[in-house]
Design a protein around this ligand. Structure first.
Ligand code: FMN
Length: 345
């Protein structure tokens, strides 16, 4: 174990040691974005983000003067801070690099000030420049927040020069399954789509957001489009005391996504029912769910499983869906003539 103690001696304090000491502070990761004078979006990874004030709403980031996007942030009237979620290491690396097309295939848009905001991130803040402060080899950029959006994902963390995930079980009062993974059970041409995780074990594809989505993001900036009208809740379960639980939807691919399946990223594969690698699916509950699916698909009659202290329950569903209507419309009193038509009334 190395313990580094450094004292300020007039001029020299080893910058490597200082960087390591600064790095012992855990942060999230942001990508800060603005427009360059050439009209192109500019952005860089920054973990120097800090909230500053609620009234007025202020935040700050520190921008290195040697960054090639520094001139853009020095001139810009507006900028955005995009906090990354834990599945966005690739975005962090890309925006920390010197590649010229950082925004290529990174979905972005504008909100209030017109600064570019990343559409897929944990939280974005859209700011006007409130103040710039010269500070050594950095500029402190203080922004006034005009709009923001945040989602219930887990943040990407950074500590000691490495990316980290935050263990939600350490959150005081949070139950072990505080974090639920959203999985998709997708069948195509009689085969089931599975994903190999970081440990080389198979499971269902996992989405980045809990809301039953229309898009399933794969690695390498790839995505599959899903059919919301054919997406049904299929299983809700905990998978152990210290691992996240699962919310799994049964869904189908939109016709436009079928071509995507021709060249899937290496960690995704379609398995015929007889080829499912049961021994390499470590989570018992995922195995049981897949087995239930393979049985139910034969009759086309599907159920929803919800785990409970008495061993779980299956609810049968009729496989139809209808768009959400406001409760006012759903619970409108039937008219008298409709009552007469209803034999059960
Ligand atoms: C995790 C991480 C955090 C960073 N935080 C900052 C930061 O707060 N401020 C900064 O100026 N550079 C920071 N950087 C470095 C810049 O992202 C990097 O210099 C980048 O190349 C700048 O892009 P540009 O030269 O295209 O502007 C960070 C890099 C990483 C990987």
């Amino acid at each position: 174990m190395t313990i580094i103690v450094a004292h300020y001696q007039e001029t020299f304090l080893d910058p490597h040691h200082l960087r390591r000491a600064f790095g012992s502070y855990v942060t999230g990761i942001t990508v800060i974005t603005t427009w360059g004078s050439d009209g192109l979006p500019r952005g860089m990874t920054a973990n120097s983000f800090t909230s500053v004030s609620l009234d007025p709403p202020l935040l700050l980031v520190c921008i290195g003067k040697s960054a090639s996007s520094y001139p853009a942030f020095r001139e810009a009237a507006n900028f955005a801070v995009n906090l990354l979620h834990e599945a966005q290491q690739d975005i962090s690396s890309r925006f920390a690099s010197k590649v010229t097309d950082k925004f290529n295939s990174v979905r972005h848009g504008t909100a209030h000030t017109g600064a570019p905001v990343l559409k897929d991130c944990l939280t974005w803040f859209d700011c006007s420049v409130h103040q710039r402060i010269d500070a050594g080899d950095h500029m402190i950029l203080i922004g006034r927040v005009h709009a923001f959006e945040t989602r219930p994902s887990m943040p990407l963390a950074f500590y000691g020069g490495r990316y980290m995930s935050i263990d939600p079980t350490l959150r005081q009062g949070a139950s072990p399954s505080y974090r639920m993974l959203t999985g998709y059970l997708i069948e195509h041409a009689g085969k089931i789509l599975l994903r190999k995780d970081e440990r080389g074990q198979w499971t269902v594809p996992i989405a980045q957001h809990r809301r039953a989505g229309q898009v399933l993001h794969l690695e390498e900036q790839r995505a599959l489009l899903l059919r919301p009208d054919e997406t049904f809740l299929y299983s809700v379960f905990d998978a152990g005391d210290h691992t996240p639980g699962y919310i799994v939807y049964r869904t189908r691919l939109s016709a436009t996504s079928e071509a995507e399946l021709e060249s899937l990223p290496v960690s995704y594969r379609l398995f015929a029912p007889t080829e499912v690698p049961w021994d390499e699916i470590p989570v018992l509950e995922v195995r049981s769910m897949l087995r239930r699916y393979l049985v139910e698909r034969r009759s086309g009659r599907f159920s929803v499983y919800i785990d409970s202290s008495d061993g779980g329950r299956l609810a049968m569903i009729d496989n139809t869906s209808q768009p959400w209507r406001t409760p006012d419309l759903l619970f409108q009193e039937p008219s008298e003539t409709e009552n007469e038509k209803d034999p059960s009334a």
